[in-house]
Design a binder for this molecule. Structure first.
Ligand code: COA
Length: 259
């Protein structure tokens, strides 16, 4: 059985679906390997411009790390799993193409951490996002304490972490975590619509703007501003930069080539 389904929509949008619904799509080592190999392949496939990640079924996006593996594994297996997840989640965050998380239910632990590495979150009303590792006597290990705090500030993060509170899709939207909240049956349409808007934006611009956002989270403002200007000058001299301006003047749609 394939643990991560791969589908292409509109020739340019990859949909990756975590497919372990009987275990609420928990992140087994094997599932993570499949997920990463899809991402590796998509990264070098120029025809794919946007990735959507979601979970199979109506209950869960991903209910976190596979706790069964934690229980079975030895200490070294646990350490390997954590290092690997951290590396993979960093890769998702730095991915050169936009990634949309379509959160269709529980996004807990590593599931929420993956979502926090994506660029845009779209939640269904039944989404429940949280970092319940404290209930297991642990703490998040894939960036949850850090990325959630960066995203929503220390007080909301402390509330989520210290009481294992789950944020509903609506609450995530109010906090600015989710760009949209919709009823579950409308979730994939909403994600695809967002992806279609993204197809209109030049791919090199997206890649660079993702980097600017990421760097801007940590850098001092003057550093970020200087980098932004450097990037703009570089983009303006690309084929796509020229094409975008020419197409606007000629009143036609631009044909971006990623160059
Ligand atoms: N790892 C492994 N299996 C998991 C899992 C996880 N993170 N989360 C759920 N499952 C499994 C359950 O063991 C159960 O399997 P079973 O039917 O073989 O017993 C199945 O998925 C359904 O889960 P269940 O707990 O029966 O559903 P529920 O609706 O009663 O509760 C949750 C849903 C999400 C509240 C609950 O499953 C839960 O708390 N999961 C763990 C979340 C977590 O701590 N994540 C962080 C891990 S570090």
């Amino acid at each position: 059985m394939t643990l991560v389904e791969y589908e292409v929509k509109n020739d340019a949008i990859a949909v990756l679906t975590f497919n372990r619904p009987d275990k609420l799509n928990a992140l087994s080592t094997e599932l993570l390997q499949e997920f990463e190999s899809h991402l590796n392949r998509i990264e070098t496939d120029d025809s794919i411009r946007v990735v959507i990640i979601t979970g199979k079924g109506e209950k869960a996006f991903v209910a976190g790390a596979d706790i069964g593996e934690y229980a079975d594994g030895n200490a070294q297996a646990f350490i390997d799993y954590q290092f690997n997840s951290r590396r993979l989640f960093d890769y998702i965050e730095a991915y050169p193409k936009p990634i949309i998380a379509a959160i269709n239910g529980y996004a807990l632990g590593g599931g929420f951490e993956i979502a926090l590495c994506c660029d845009v979150l779209i939640a269904s009303t039944n989404a429940r996002m949280g970092l319940p590792e404290g209930l297991l006597g642990l703490c998040p290990g894939g960036g949850g304490t850090q990325r959630l705090t960066h995203a929503v500030g220390r007080y909301v993060a402390a509330d989520v972490l210290l009481s294992a509170r789950r944020l509903s899709g609506q609450r995530a939207y109010e906090l600015g975590l989710a760009a949209e909240v919709v009823e579950l049956p409308e979730l994939m349409d909403a994600a695809l619509k967002k992806a279609e808007y993204m197809l209109k934006v030049a791919p090199l611009s997206q890649k660079e703007m993702k980097r600017l956002i990421r760097i801007g989270m940590d850098a001092a403002l003057p550093t970020g501003l200087s980098l932004e200007q450097e990037v703009l000058f570089r983009l303006q001299s690309t084929e796509d930069g020229q094409e975008g301006i020419t197409a606007f003047v000629e009143k036609r749609d631009p044909q971006f080539k990623g160059r």
